[in-house]
Design a protein around this ligand. Structure first.
Ligand code: EPS
Length: 349
């Protein structure tokens, strides 16, 4: 089982993640992980914080000579803006943020105690451990990419940029939709045998756990609702060269909770960021009197970054289910198991 935990506050010393269950024998290219961290910081519409930070991963455990030991990997991403002890208290909860529910749940009189952890900064740790999983998946030619589908309803590049500029000028924020695609995923990851083993369920959970994500769809997703079955199910073909295949991929590469050999395609909707420079009505949690919501330095749009985080989140799920299917202790053993499986699929054709 591949599992991970992250820790760290937005303006604390840094973000840490522990990833357990990576097999021994995987060569880790740190520059690849740092390139993913850099991608997460980019995208038009990010705020000033991204000019301060220059995220770099340090691996504190689980590696020797750049190769995994099979023991837990610890990754650290330090915060340049380490200022948590000096920052002012926050009293007026931001609608759409964890502020109010978090303060009530944990009994805080300062909302900063909530927002420091309930911050998208935590996703740097996800991208770092997701990067380790991507390195494993790449050994088996599984590649994960993402694209922005729309921002504020606009699909063209020019329209999307215009929408973000409009939000900036209006001191507002804007959300959108991104798509993640995993190519090269073999048939057979996940299972229909139990609800918690389904690949689609696992991916949906992983994507919904990213701050700001409000909806997830797999393949045609909500589009299935308007169509007859004969129009949307992906017909099956077989040829000596390709084996079994589909000419369409409305299923997004998943049938019965199992990968079916086509690209795994998921989309998610990110809501507009909750911190608004023109704040909404709210309430001061100390006085319980009306107040304008707190204004914090923030981003105008982070949909492109959320796509990069979602790639990492999907990598964590796919790597876990890959190791579940093919073994998890040693890379060479896993390579042998994959080769044996491929041979079995070929023989059946
Ligand atoms: C965030 C607020 C902003 C964002 C932050 C998420 O940070 P700050 O309050 O320091 O300006 O930039 O995202 C990141 C720091 C990041 O690395 O993505 C929030 O309130 O969620």
């Amino acid at each position: 089982m591949l599992r991970y935990l992250t820790a760290g506050e937005s303006h604390g010393r840094g973000l840490v993640a522990i990833l357990e269950g990576m097999p021994a024998g995987v060569r880790v290219d740190l520059s690849y992980i740092n390139a993913q961290l850099k991608r997460r910081q980019m995208g038009f519409g990010r705020g000033k914080r991204m000019q301060i930070e220059n995220d770099k991963a340090r691996i504190l455990s689980g590696l020797k000579g750049g190769v995994t030991l099979g023991s837990p990997l610890t990754v650290l991403v330090e915060n340049k803006d380490f200022s948590i002890e000096k920052l002012h208290n926050v009293l007026a909860a931001r609608p759409g943020h964890a502020d109010l529910a978090g303060a009530l749940k944990y009994g805080f009189s300062d909302i900063r105690n909530v927002l420091e952890r309930a911050s998208a900064r935590s996703t740097a740790a996800t991208v770092a451990v997701g990067g380790l999983c991507r390195i494993l998946l790449k050994v088996f030619h599984i590649e994960i990419t993402s694209t922005v589908v729309s921002i504020g309803g606009e699909r063209s590049h020019r329209g999307r940029i215009a929408r973000i500029k409009q939000a900036m000028e209006a001191k507002d924020t804007v959300g959108g939709i991104f798509e993640v695609r995993a190519q090269g995923v073999p048939v057979g990851l996940g299972s229909y045998a139990q609800p918690d083993r389904r690949l689609d369920g696992r991916l949906a959970q992983a994507l919904m756990s990213i701050p700001g994500i409000k909806a997830v769809e797999i393949g045609l997703g909500f589009g299935y609702a308007d169509q007859f079955g004969s129009r949307v199910h992906d017909a099956i073909y077989c040829s000596p060269g390709k084996g079994f295949y589909h000419r369409t991929n409305n299923a997004g590469g998943i049938e019965g909770g199992i990968s079916n050999g086509e690209a795994v395609v998921v989309r998610a909707c990110m809501k507009p960021i909750a911190t608004l420079l023109q704040p909404l009505d709210s309430v001061n949690i100390a006085t319980r009197k009306p107040a304008q919501a707190a204004v914090e330095r923030s981003d105008y749009c982070a949909v492109e970054s959320a796509g990069v985080v979602a790639e990492a989140a999907c990598a964590l799920v796919l790597a876990d289910l890959f190791l579940e299917k093919f073994g998890s202790d040693n890379l060479e053993d896993i390579q042998a198991a994959v080769a044996r499986y491929r041979k079995r699929l070929k023989n059946k054709r």
